[in-house]
Design a protein around this ligand. Structure first.
Ligand code: ADP
Ligand code: ASP
Ligand code: MG
Length: 406
């Protein structure tokens, strides 16, 4: 007997027929003498629809009320599944985030889980209930509903798996595993049988939305094996596990792209101590996350500074920087929203040279201009023009020998 957490994403619960399919799958696991906790997303498209509706009320919806609204998506699917399971004769119960005691911080729209007091879940499991939990939602210490950011049901699932010490957390989605690149844009992508937590952390933070990054952080911290697999087939998917579990060690194991980036440049600022602090402090105070930063010193004792921010923060950042440029006496500020970041990732990079040069050559052969570069021990990223993002992924995939044999 195992304790299994099964999370089903939006496409897996898109309508009643698919929820019925989920019910059968859950029951099959339960009937093999396992204890089962199910975490559900909203039906696909519903979260977007709710956001659109709120924006029709006001351009800047109140965070608390928006979370109350968004949480209804997951409330609907979990009630329907529990209802279905009961009508099939199985003991089941749905729990909303607060009932599952998922305690978060106060950050509406992007809350972090700080604690899960899983007593109620454990009690229901002891009584052999199938516990169905609404993903993506929790509540702050004052009892207000919060949501965990887009894709947050993955994090609900892994965090709950950690809290109840589950044997495995299965993430059922619309692809049959984690691939070397998004299989929806790179037909030659290969399915990985295993991937390390660190590689997956990088893939998720660099644009692979198959798992929300925080879910991978939880999995790594609590050593929870995560099995990403298809809800439409019985096939084994990809295991996200510790690096030393005898896995294939590729130099590059994944290629990602991220279009959610924008670039800002301050031209000809003074080359003096304290200038970078003046440029970035107001951005940090505004809660804007800066990703890449490049500074070039000019011969005339001036510097150009370029950095990237999430696209949604572009306008706000540009306004802040225009004011700063005037204060510090920089010549000009300009921005570019039409960029994308492409990255190659692999733990094998640690002891292999030439990864960056292979990447630059492959992009050059397609005449793709590189606007910014950043590297870490296990990744290389380049900012390029947005319209080349998909092409760049395919080209890099081939260049690093990742293409599936036809
Ligand atoms: P769910 O609704 O089940 O949470 P998501 O849409 O959030 O599903 O995540 C699954 C999607 O992630 C896939 O449809 C695929 O397009 C995308 N994806 C991006 N990168 C990868 C990758 N390397 N491997 C698999 N899927 C990926
Ligand atoms: N429904 C939420 C979203 O669309 C959470 C999730 O599906 O993981 O982002
Ligand atoms: Mg998702």
């Amino acid at each position: 007997m195992s304790l299994i957490v099964q999370k089903f994403g939006g496409t897996s619960v898109a309508d009643l027929e698919r929820i019925r399919h989920v019910a059968k799958r859950v029951v099959a696991t339960y009937n093999r003498e396992n204890d089962v906790v199910v975490i559900l997303s909203a039906m696909s498209g519903i979260t977007d629809n709710l956001i659109d509706m709120a924006r029709k009320v006001t351009e800047t919806p109140d965070g608390r009320e928006l979370d109350v609204l968004l949480a209804t998506g997951e409330q609907t699917t979990s009630a329907l599944l529990a209802m279905m399971l009961k009508s099939m004769g199985y003991p089941a119960q749905s729990l909303l985030g607060y009932q599952a005691e998922v305690v978060t911080d106060y950050c509406h729209g992007n809350a972090r889980i700080v604690d899960i007091r899983a007593d109620r879940i454990k009690k229901l499991l002891k009584e052999r209930h199938i516990v169905v939990i609404a993903g993506f939602q929790g509540c702050d210490p004052d009892g207000n509903i919060t949501t965990l950011g887009r894709g947050g049901s993955d994090t609900s699932a892994v965090a709950i798996a950690a809290a109840i010490k589950a044997d495995v957390c299965e993430i059922f989605t619309d692809v049959d595993g984690i691939y070397t690149a998004d299989p929806n844009i790179c037909q030659k992508a290969r399915k990985l049988s295993t991937i390390s937590y660190d590689e997956m952390l990088n893939m998720a933070s660099l644009g692979a939305k198959v798992l929300q990054i925080r879910s991978v952080g939880f999995a790594k911290k609590f050593n929870i094996p995560v099995h990403v697999r298809s809800s439409f087939s019985e096939e084994e998917g990809t295991m996200v596990v510790n690096e030393d579990s005898g896995m294939e060690r590729l130099v590059v194991s994944g290629v990602t792209h991220d279009k959610n980036q924008a670039r800002i440049t301050l031209k000809k600022g003074p080359d003096q101590p304290g200038i970078a602090a003046k440029i970035f402090t107001p951005i940090a105070d505004a809660g804007i996350i800066v990703d890449m930063i490049i500074q070039n010193t000019r011969a005339e004792g001036q510097t150009d500074l370029t950095f990237t921010v999430p696209k949604g923060e572009f306008k706000r950042s540009l306004i802040l920087e225009k004011k700063i440029a005037t204060d510090i006496g920089a010549e000009e500020v300009f921005g570019d929203e039409n960029i994308a970041k492409v990255s190659v990732i692999g733990v094998g990079m640690k002891d292999n040279s030439g990864v960056a040069s292979t990447m630059f050559r492959a992009l050059a052969e397609e005449n793709i201009n590189i606007k910014m570069i950043s590297t870490s021990e296990i990744r290389v990223s380049c900012v390029i023009e947005e319209k080349y993002a998909e092409l760049a992924v395919r080209v890099l995939h081939t260049a690093f020998g990742l293409d599936r044999d036809e």
